[in-house]
Design a protein around this ligand. Structure first.
Ligand code: FAD
Ligand code: FES
Length: 284
């Protein structure tokens, strides 16, 4: 299968990938490092941060899973998966060496080029950091092109924070990381409260040039956008990643439709002003 501009030329064709490594991240969440059985496919596979693959577990089905690895490290292709149902549950029972199918990459990526020159604020919660980890790698690799990069990251409890073993390296690379939890444990001395409170405390130098990238529950993204607007960040400089049931992943079946937006091909990453009226946030 060939890939052109990070879109697959034959979106139905499934490649065989082998599980090379499994990193148990937190309870119910693991990162699967995959290698293509045909090694030349690995060399030609490229993706934009924010894109996803359809992972196929033989005899069970497919699930849309974001790519969570470094786009510049072609030797590694990772997906961080939370057990939700059939496919992800079966994946959790698989061992290193097992094979699965993979179609992709699909969808839109985060707007890295549009972030150039200004501050970048990444607002996320729980497993929402997975599709943003490739952005962090990319922003670190091209550090001089961006202003201060801030990661605001929340989880229900300290044990729900992903990739904490990488935080020191990210901080050393200049990323301002601030974490918060809904419920502290006895050994937690950090922030307690919702992640958008961290945003509200920020002092931005040039809000009109800042960009906000957010992924998580829709209510969190809605509040993140509200905080961004309160900080005078223009509405067209806020991007969110949508999640809907996927089937074909190429805009044919309508499973993922969100208003006139097909999340699989017009998203998952969309500019906030294009979908804001459609976001239904209960109680607001
Ligand atoms: C663009 C995109 C990127 C994504 N990236 C990631 C990622 O990086 N990591 C990740 O872990 N997930 C990700 N997801 C979410 C993932 O695709 C879903 O969780 C997917 O449904 C898991 O498939 P499954 O077969 O394991 O679960 P399913 O069997 O589809 O179950 C999912 C949920 O639906 C419920 N459910 C299932 N069947 C029924 C039914 N008949 N009636 C009522 N409820 C039912 C289950 O209880 C469960 O809560 C992403 C989704 C999208 C759209
Ligand atoms: S998943 Fe079929 S149209 Fe989007």
């Amino acid at each position: 299968m060939s890939v052109l501009n990070n879109q697959v030329l034959d979106p139905w064709s499934t490649r065989t990938a082998q599980i090379k490594e499994i990193v148990r991240e937190i309870d119910g969440v693991a990162t699967y490092e995959l290698g293509f059985q045909d090694q030349s496919e690995g060399l030609e596979f490229t993706f934009h941060p924010g894109q996803f693959n359809m992972l196929y577990v033989p005899g069970v089905g497919e699930a849309a899973i974001s790519i969570s690895s470094d786009p510049n490290r072609r030797s590694t292709l990772s997906h961080t998966v939370r057990v939700a149902g059939n496919v992800t549950g079966q994946l959790a029972r698989m061992e290193v060496g097992a094979t699965i199918g993979l179609r992709g990459p699909f969808g839109t990526g985060w707007p890295i080029e549009e972030c150039r020159g200004g501050e970048v604020i990444i607002v996320t919660g729980g497993i929402g950091l997975a599709p943003l980890r490739p952005v962090i790698y990319e922003l670190i690799a091209r550090q001089r092109e961006f202003g201060q990069v801030t990661l605001l990251y929340g989880a229900r409890s300290p044990s729900g924070l992903l990739y904490t073993q990488e935080f020191d390296a990210w901080r050393e690379a200049g990323i301002n990381i601030q974490t918060t939890v809904d419920r502290a444990s006895s050994d937690w001395s950090g922030n307690v409260g919702v992640v958008t409170q961290l945003f509200d405390r920020m002092k931005l130098e040039a809000p009109s040039q800042a960009a906000v990238l957010t992924c998580g529950p829709e209510v969190m993204m809605w509040f993140a956008a509200r905080s961004a607007r309160a900080q005078n960040i223009p509405i067209d400089r806020i991007w969110i990643s949508l999640e809907r049931n996927m089937n074909c992943a190429i805009g044919l079946c309508g499973h993922c439709q969100f208003g006139s937006t097909f999340v699989c091909k017009d998203g998952p990453v969309v500019r906030y002003d294009k979908v804001a009226p459609l976001l239904k946030v209960e109680g607001l």
